[in-house]
Ligand binder design. Sequence first.
Ligand SMILES: Cc1ncc(COP(=O)(O)O)c(C=O)c1O
Length: 395
Amino acid sequence: MFEALPASAPDAILALMTEFRADERPNKMDLGVGVYKDSKGQTAIMRAVKLAEKKLYDEQNTKNYVGPAGDQVFCGFIRELILGQDYDQTRARSVQTPGGSGALRVLSDMLHSVSPDATTWVPDPTWPNHIPMLTAAHHKLERYRYYDSANNKVDFDGMMASLSNAKEGDVLLLHGCCHNPTGSDMSLDQWQAVADLVNKHKIIPFVDMAYQGFGVGLEEDAAGLRLLVNNVPELVIAASCSKNLALYRDRVGSAIVIGANASAADLAQSRLTTTVRANYSMPPDHGAALTAMIFKDDSLKAIWMEELNEMRTRMQRLRREFADALRKRSNSDKFDFIAEQRGMFSRLPLTKEHIDRLRDESAIYIVGDGRLNVAGLPDDGLDDLAEKIVAVMSD
Ligand SMILES: Cc1ncc(COP(=O)(O)O)c(C=O)c1O
């Protein structure tokens, strides 16, 4: 039976990782993959996580199932992280999921079961995996304009024009902060305009929050989403702890539902739990247990916040220094947007030919759409990198 299967198209980013690993040139540089790297190029385990792991080893006395909704202490901490300390607890419910992807998938399944004829509006561009994930959950997709690549900013007029076609019951996928792949986020006024549009068209926002703490700060990065929560009757949120706790492989995330009132929230939570049970039954516990342990302990939480702060300020500094280096080499301000954007990604205005040449001639790996992982930039060597980029662009 399997012989007749058509081969699956390879995932572009995973294929790039494989190519990078196989490259034997000593000076190779990975600017492609979507994980945080420190100045030594390592995706290290965070200090607070290491300490929590020791504590968990000593204190954990069972590996019994956690149940489909997972650990509600963990879920409460994540709700507070995302929605703020004073959020309206009557309207919010959540389950623990295997990473942000697990949350995206169970929320997609749950929304489809509630509203099977809805169209889901997806930003163009977006994280590539949104498309297969929503498609696998039987969503009908439409793209909305999000990015103005000529001016390197959110194409808000284009976005509003696309979304004027949204119908009652449709789903609107939004990135909570640090948009992947562009690094361009909406202003708070724009979030307010989105809230007004959501209410006018009676659509439901589906917010993907994968990079909280990587942009401006933990609170600032959630401000747009919180504005939405306070201004629309219902929405869903997929939260990931992969990046801000560097727990990638432990698969830690949460699916949050906000209802118009407590009974609507309870019904949504119950549908979510049934969806989980039918998918993977129950989430993995280890990473969520570590996260809860960190959030429960003031000193561990302070250590985590300090390290997250170091990571963020390092990315902000690299953005500024790289934009400076490119300004000097190109004698123009056309790369200044890199310093203004947020999070781990920006998109360089490179063609496929530029990207191929950077890889073949200089062992510099960048994703095919020009997406650059700012955390992969070399602390020493930004001038050299800027020179190589400007050289391929001007040939
Ligand atoms: C925008 C976005 N959403 C969700 C995810 C999924 O994160 P996780 O590893 O927690 O599944 C990613 C991961 O790269 C992402 O970039």
